[in-house]
Design a protein around this ligand. Structure first.
Ligand code: G6P
Length: 367
């Protein structure tokens, strides 16, 4: 079947806007509405006996894994190790019996990730994969196949595959939490409820498209851009920086908000826009104080937060983007949208080739 752009200018744009549909589609195969529970495909292995999870992936899929680490540790109280695939084998990782190795990949063919999978297989790990291509090598070699139903992703910079990965990983974390006796049925139902709210919250986030397009001129002239976040929004800061680099060729770095003092603050001046990802909640005050440090040095802050966060800390920012008030579990999915749109519109403002950025490939099949 021919995949068309329809009314969109670019595949990336189309794929960003498909997220409410494809994430809902993905969630449908993991959430049981009847009893508000999470259901995974059958597996010949008792998931409650896992002692440790090793996550391996590349690029955007790696950042999905970093976010999943927060969920798996918080909800399931499972220790998680995570590595980029190109480093994993070479550090001679300790893989004890009873371990689960989890690979995340849109294509299911990325050479380094596939090599890491085979390494873990040889080391006796149970292999789980989150992939978007069900016929891929990784899908075929898995014990536990957790598909994302994002549909074909054409834009080189991953968008909808990322949020579908997050949806599956959140469901997996809840499932393991239940299996390990760390979450009761009522809490599981609550998680299911929050996940079911994701598509509507995506629509609310996508409604800011025009506004974000209008702010692209604030970022497009920059030579460097910094993204800051805390907790699960830290990997999202990394993902934001990656998206901007990939398609607009602006140098960008993602940093844990609290780590900014240990280096990147030296870069801050009026020419460096700082994108702060900060839903209101327990980590908000700390991030706000990091933001003030940026402002005190003339840094231009774009704050992405909810109404409460913007009311409290929006003054003095060069721009704010208001997200719906969401549960912390789903915040990384929802906040991914403005991060993607910002990179997209900045790239359009710069006139780069959004779908086929220079030097990049959709699927990297060499190590
Ligand atoms: C390439 C793509 C990225 C992707 C990464 C991992 O670098 O340009 O968008 O995140 O590969 O790909 P995978 O298919 O394993 O998720």
């Amino acid at each position: 079947i021919a995949i068309e752009k329809g009314n969109y200018r670019h595949f990336m744009q189309k794929e960003i806007f498909e997220q409410p549909t494809v994430v809902a589609q993905t969630l449908r195969s993991y959430l049981r509405q009847v009893d508000q529970s999470v259901a995974l495909p059958q597996i010949d292995f008792d998931l409650s006996t896992i002692k440790r999870i090793t996550i391996v992936a590349c690029g955007t899929s790696y950042y999905a894994g970093m976010i999943a680490k927060y969920w798996l540790e918080t909800f399931a109280r499972l220790p998680v190790d995570i590595d980029v695939a190109s480093e994993f084998r070479y550090r001679d990782p300790v893989l004890e019996p009873g371990g689960l190795a989890l690979f995340i990949s849109q294509s299911g063919e990325t050479a380094d990730t596939l090599a890491a999978l085979r390494h873990c297989r040889a080391a006796g790990q149970t292999i789980a994969v989150v992939v978007n291509v069900p016929t891929s090598s990784m899908a075929r070699e898995a014990d536990l196949l957790l598909p994302t139903h994002a549909g074909p992703e054409i834009g080189v910079a991953s968008t909808k595959a990322f949020t579908c990965q997050l949806a599956v990983l959140a469901a997996l974390a809840a499932h393991l939490a239940v299996k390990r006796g760390r979450m009761d049925r009522a809490e599981e139902a609550e998680v299911v409820q929050h996940l079911l709210e994701v598509p509507a919250c995506f629509n609310a986030a996508l409604a800011h498209d025009d506004e974000i397009a209008a702010m692209a001129h604030l970022i497009a002239p920059a030579r460097d851009v910094l993204y800051l976040g805390r907790g699960p929004d830290y990997p999202l800061a990394l993902e934001g920086a990656l998206k901007l680099k990939e398609i607009s060729y602006i140098h960008a770095e993602g940093y844990a908000s609290g780590e900014m003092k240990h280096g990147p603050i030296a870069l801050i001046d009026e020419a460096v826009p700082v994108i702060v990802l900060a839903p209101s909640g327990p980590l908000f005050e700390k991030t706000v104080s990091n933001m003030q440090e940026v402002r005190a040095r003339g840094g231009k802050v774009v704050l992405i937060s909810d109404a409460a966060g913007i009311a409290e800390a929006g003054d003095g920012c060069i721009a704010t983007i208001e997200m719906p008030q969401v549960h912390p579990l789903i915040a990384p999915l929802i906040y991914a949208v403005p991060v993607q749109l910002l990179a997209y519109h900045v790239a359009c403002a710069k006139g780069t080739d959004v779908d086929q950025p220079r030097n990049l490939a959709k699927s990297v099949t060499v190590e």
